[in-house]
Structure formats: C-alpha cells, structure tokens
Ligand binder design. Sequence first.
Ligand code: SF4
Length: 465
Amino acid sequence: MKVQSNNFIPAARIAINDPDLQTAVSAGTHSAFTKRQAAMFANGEAHGQAMRQQAAAIKRHVLNNLPDLLEQAEANMQANGIQVLWAADAAAANQHVLDIAQRHDVRAAVKAKSMMTEETGLNHVLEAANIDVLETDLGEYIVQLGAETPSHIVAPIVHKTKESIRDLLIAKANMPPTDDTNEMTYFAREKLRQKFLAADMGISGGNFILAETGSVCLVSNEGNIRLTTSLPRVHVALVGIEKIVPTVADYATLTQVLPRSATGQAMTVYTHMVNGPRQPGETDGPEHVYVILVDNGRSDIYTSSYTEALACIRCGACLNGCPVYQVTGGHAYGWVYPGPIGAVVTPLLTGLENASPLPHASSLCGMCKAVCPVDINIPRMLLDLRHELVQRGLSDTIWNVGMKAWAFGNGSSGRFVFGGKVAARATNLLQPKSLPGPLGGWTKYRATPKFAPKSFHQLWQEREK
Ligand code: SF4
C-alpha cells in the first residue's frame, strides 16, 4: 500500500466534510467505546485496571525477552510440524507466500482478516501472479468489493453506512435489492462458502503466537477464520515478530483484554489455536501449515526509544477513543494503521519524512493511553516524534518560525515583559477579528480575547509593594 500520510491535512478536511463518513464513523466509534467501557469495568474499576496492568506487564516481559522467545516459539512450532519462515521485509514475506503457492500448485486462496497482509500488500502480489484471492471477513470482503482499504484495524468498514454497503453489494456482487442487514449478511455468507470449498490455500494473520506450545492463536466473531485455516490444503499465517506470548497463562490474560477493548465482548465468539497440520487419523485440517515471521521494520523499532509501540495488540480502542480519529476516520492517515497508534507506527515503519503530519494528529488528551489495554504511552511517543521532526528539519516552516519566536520571547524576563506589553496594547487597540496570513488558522475558529488591564506580573509587583 502506497504511503500517503503526508497528505493527512487535506485528506482530513475531505473526511470532515463527508456527511456519510461523519455519520458512520461517529456511530461506530462511540458504540465501540461505550461497549469497551462496560466490558472492561464489568467487575469494577479496580478489576479492569488490574487486568490492564497485568496485560501490560506481560507485554513488557515479552519485549525484554523477545529474541529468546522467538527462538523458543520457532522450535516449538517446528516440533508441531509447522514450517517456520522468516521475512526481513514486506517483499520477502510476499515472496515466501508466492513460493509456497507455486510449490503446492495453488490457484485460489481465501484470506482471514490480517493487518500484516495489508502492510505487505499481499493481495496485489497474488493477483499479479494470477492467484484468485478472496477476503472472507465480512468487512474486508466489502472493502475488497469496493477496491478500498480498511479504515480501522478492527472494523474495516466503520466509515461506511448501511446504505452504501447495500449499494455496493448490489452493484458489485449482484445482490438482490434489500435493506435488511441479515439478508445482506446471508447473501455474503453464501458467496463466501462456495469459495472456502474451492480454495487451495488459506491465509491468515495471527493475534498471538504461544512460545510455550508453538501455537498460532486467532480470535474472531464470524467463523471465517476457522474455515480459512482448516478447509484448504495449505494454511499460511503471516505474523509480526512482536506477537509472541510466553505461556498459555499469559495468553489467558491477553485474550481477556483484547476482545473487551476491541468489541466490548468478554470473549470473542471463536478462539482458534493452530497447532500444526492434520495428523494421521484426524479428519480435517490442512496438510501443510506455514508461519511467516515478519520483521518489516520492527527490529529497528525494537532497538529505538519507541520499543513499547511493539506491545500493541491491535485492539483499536485508542482509535475509538481518539477525538481526531472520531472525525477523520482512518483513510486520512494514509497507510495501514490509523488513529493514535498509527500516528506512531506509520512514521516508524515508513519513515518520518513520509508521515510528518501524523505526530501532530493528536490533541494529546491522553485518552489513547487511558484506554490502551497494555498501557502504551502513545502521547509520550508522539511528543518524541514531534521533537525528532524539529531536529531533522521536517516540521512545518510556520510552526518552526513561531516556536523560535516564542523561545526568543521567553528567553529573558525583559523580552517577555516587553513582548507581553506590545501584544496587549496591539490586541486591545486593533481588536482584530482575524489574524493575518497563516496565523488566521488560529482565529478562524476562536475569538481574540481582550488582554486584562494589568498583567499577572504587574499585579504581583503591586502586591509585593
Ligand atoms: S495502542 Fe493500545 S489501544 Fe491502541 S490498538 Fe494498540 S493495544 Fe489497542
């Protein structure tokens, strides 16, 4: 997927002026946020916060021991009969999938929802190799029909209204006209069921990999992941190297906070543990299982001061709680990962110079950290990225000049007092309704308040006397 994150501001403007998007994203995020609050604190605030801190401690432990845990996971997956491959970048990951497809004479593949394959752009690569690839998560299926990209890491079509989905299914999948969401779902289900039966390969991501047992864990609500990972002859899972979990007990904690944070459920409808290919005497399951462990920039994050970004379990709670995401939706962020965590990982994975507006796409209200089930300090990382933008000369010129002027004015008490007097006189005398030039962005939405007759400094001096 082409990185278009430097286009964030004009793209956000378009999103803000799109009434359908505003209706859909506002309803979707508020509903998910409310359900998350209820589910996370169903047993009281203290219990919910304790779950978060327990999950955060597990992810911290993972990051402190990642190289060893990866080796343990690889050894145990291999012992289970899973073929483990490593991919340094997106191209290597896609090439592994192509090689596997060629080896097993794959002509048709079905896919479960996977942000990793969005990151590597796998669908285009498979299509270019004449392999028929179909998304089977309902939201991803609609995204694929509309030739779009997901706008949320959990709810890919949160930007769409029911009416726009209906029109798309009628136009692109020949659905008989209906306004009934159940009928729409059954229609898609029928279409997808035929494809599951005909597919040679199933492709998935992986929510977690258990180092202790060598299992790939996937959670879902639609049942499509079970069909994707068990019906076709070959199953390939593409998983980021940060998705390791040490033990089953740790997994039990993480699988409590993930669905609560993502969809407000105590548990997802389905939980899958892939423990290798079909064994002699078993009646179902794939003949071959491959796990591709993908780096694609994660090692660089691991060795930087942004390591904690790798603790993300992709629950989407920070998106639902973010006042910026709530009005822009996900596409404005210009790459795979939107919202607060996207504003951190997109610059880190694609280059700060390719995503320079994103660290500023936040009010720093702190909601992202407050709702994060693994307590990632996103505001701290956004501030550090802003600092890097300035250091590398990548920040906005007006912003730079303004900050330099501010620093100069505050650099001595004399300049501060003088500047304050000039600003007060000029403002009270001219009473501007709007500031000139680029400063007008400030007064477009704000009144210019009158300065108080005396500054705090003057009042303090008088009091001292
Ligand atoms: S940063 Fe936290 S809240 Fe946001 S998606 Fe990741 S785990 Fe969820």
